[in-house]
Design a binder for this molecule. Structure first.
Ligand code: NDP
Ligand code: 2IT
Length: 445
């Protein structure tokens, strides 16, 4: 007889053909859940629990027309996937990137449900975005796109309904334009987006939260294995929001960050990358990383290559899904890497993940290690509801507490199911337990 897991997996494939990223994310979770599902198979089958878990509660897609600076009209596709609200209002970012499609949205919204569960806060899982590419666009073009996107999206979101935030291609500038249009359409000043400006409802530490959280969880794992970030050589991929603040915190904790990248290539700086210079190039000038060596002597730029080829103790993939492939994993192992901590969502292919685990590399999956971002979004939502503003130290302490709580949940799950150091399975099981308890208590919905 086909196992229940395989039956559900096949159903996901049949109902969502040509969605490889979504299949990959679901398959990983179902594989991790094997011992839990086997224990409760009869009950899960009779309540169609897994079938409900893999089917988004609601999913919208819509046309987004906008006009560029030369008056040409463009049409993009917008999405919002409201995957699971068992634990709270849908919560998750918006991604503006040319690769955005239904598969990408479904995988991210599915992952978000489990990530948000791990934070311990009251947030369901959702994700949205568009295949709009902000690179090289003027501020006016980005504003025009954001206003058009929100003119449709606002119908589906609200402070107790669905609270979007940033992701790839959506940072403070985009959240500002999106919020302005939301306010104009609804006449409400409320916490319907997170990652807002600090002067109008944003939370301190939200900008830094994902990258800082990556380092906080890395520290917890390393401590368990008698290590720490201090003195470690770190390689990062990406040079966006997550990468920058992971680098900043790793350096504060005593590590040396020797490489960072963007989609064109990577920079290598053996004496340690100057994060303020990266911030200037990427956040202020919105320029390419290739200019870095022109400004920082002793560094080099490698065009068309990936930073994972640089020898390191720890790698933080912080760019995009499936960027760390099997050949990169082989490079990392050969070069003596001890740990891979995912800052991005599913940046490691399944083949590479399995290889790293087999080789005994400590590995933290993104849904645990990058949960700090959405966690502080959750704290932004509570500050908005209470109309108060916490200090940087207060929020940072809460973030550290949440990341350490995630470590405890993962550790408890690997102990209970005798999983050794398989923190992928540990995180999936811990998250699943929280979501499923709420789903069972809320009936067949
Ligand atoms: P940003 O848009 O700020 O930065 C993305 C970075 O990734 C850029 O440096 C970009 O380079 C690089 N990149 C994109 N595509 C590729 C590629 N194919 N190969 C190599 N590099 C690439 O996004 P974020 O930092 O916010 O997000 C990064 C990852 O972290 C995503 O997976 C996101 O889902 C995840 N994440 C983000 C959170 C947040 O709070 N922002 C929270 C949790 C997870 P280029 O400029 O050349 O495109
Ligand atoms: O992937 C993610 O967790 C995010 N992009 C952040 C989501 C959020 O709501 O802050």
């Amino acid at each position: 007889m086909t196992s229940y897991r395989h039956k559900v997996m096949q159903q996901v494939i049949d109902m969502n053909p040509a969605e490889p990223e979504f299949h990959q994310a679901v398959r990983e979770v179902l594989d991790s859940l094997k011992p839990v599902i086997e224990k409760h198979e009869k009950e899960y089958r009779s309540s169609q629990l897994l079938e409900r878990l893999v089917e988004p509660e609601r999913s919208v897609s819509f046309r987004v027309p906008w006009t560029d600076d030369r008056g040409r009209v463009h049409i993009q596709r917008g999405f919002r996937v409201q995957f699971n609200s068992a634990l709270g209002p849908y919560k998750g970012g918006l991604r503006f990137h040319p690769t955005v499609n239904r598969s990408c949205m479904n995988f991210l919204a599915f992952e978000q449900t489990f990530k948000n569960a791990l934070t311990g806060l009251s947030m369901g899982g959702g994700k949205g975005g568009s295949n709009f590419d902000p690179h090289g666009k003027s501020d006016r073009e980005v504003m025009a796109f954001c206003q058009s996107f929100m003119t449709e999206l606002y119908k589906y979101i609200g402070p107790n309904e669905d609270v979007p935030a940033g992701d790839i291609g959506v940072g403070g500038r985009e959240i500002g334009y999106l919020y302005g249009q939301y306010k104009r359409l609804t006449n409400q000043f409320e916490g319907t987006l997170t990652g807002k400006g600090l002067g109008w409802g944003g939370s301190l530490v939200r900008t830094e939260a994902t990258g800082y959280g990556v380092c906080y969880l890395a520290q917890e794992m390393l401590k368990t294995h008698g290590m720490g970030l201090s003195g470690m050589k770190v390689v990062i991929s990406g040079s966006g929001n997550v990468a920058i603040y992971a680098a900043q915190k790793a350096i504060q904790l005593g590590a040396t960050v020797v490489a960072m990248s963007d989609s064109n290539g990577y920079i290598y700086d053996p004496s340690g990358i100057d994060v303020d210079m990266i911030k200037q190039i990427k956040e202020v000038e919105r320029a390419r990383l290739a200019v870095y060596p022109k400004r920082v002597p002793g560094s080099t730029y490698m065009d068309g290559r990936k930073s994972f080829e640089v020898p390191c103790d720890i790698a933080f993939p912080c760019a995009i899904q499936n960027e760390l492939e099997i050949n990169d994993a082989i490079d990392l192992v050969q070069n003596g890497c001890k740990a891979v901590v995912e800052g991005a969502n599913m940046p490691t292919t399944r083949e590479a993940t399995d290889y790293l685990l087999k080789e005994g590399i400590l590995f933290l999956p993104g849904k645990a290690s990058n949960a700090g971002g959405v966690a502080v979004s959750g704290l932004e939502m509570s500050q908005n509801s209470m109309r108060i503003k916490h200090s940087f130290e207060h929020v940072d302490n809460q973030l550290q507490g949440i990341m350490s709580g995630i470590w405890t949940q993962i550790s408890d799950a690997v102990d209970e199911y005798d999983l050794g150091s398989n923190y992928v399975d540990g995180a999936n099981i811990a998250a699943f337990r929280r979501v499923v308890k709420a789903m069972r208590e809320q009936g067949y919905v």
